[in-house]
Design a protein around this ligand. Sequence first.
Ligand code: THU
Length: 132
Amino acid sequence: MEYDPNLVEGARIAREWAYAPYSNFKVGAALKTKSGKIFYGVNVENVSYGLTICAERSAAVTAVTAGEREWEEIAIVADTEKPITPCGACRQFLAEFNPALKVVVANTTKVHFTCTLTELLPYAFNLETLES
Ligand code: THU
């Protein structure tokens, strides 16, 4: 699947701003809208560990705050040999605005793979289910 290399590069740069003093595991995300704008996110941890927000959700809330809800692609970067995919909470959170979002999983030097959010979260809970 095609992906935007600029998006991956943006997530790599954003990752440096991650606040991860407890896990020392920095993650960066870059979310591209259908109009071509890019919003960045990093994981932001807290001394009350459970309050931590993942990079994917930070990027999502940044986009929504700017009034941008039409999403096309998200790149996620960690510094690991094996790919990291969005956690379950982030999958559901991202599915709110585009259940078919393109997902690019990368590390600091290479792209591991691309897939869709539908592949990562089949049978997602959604508004249609809620209202049926
Ligand atoms: N984390 C993310 O930001 N995104 C992911 O996809 C996986 C995990 C963060 C949460 C926490 O700050 C650290 O990585 C270790 O779990």
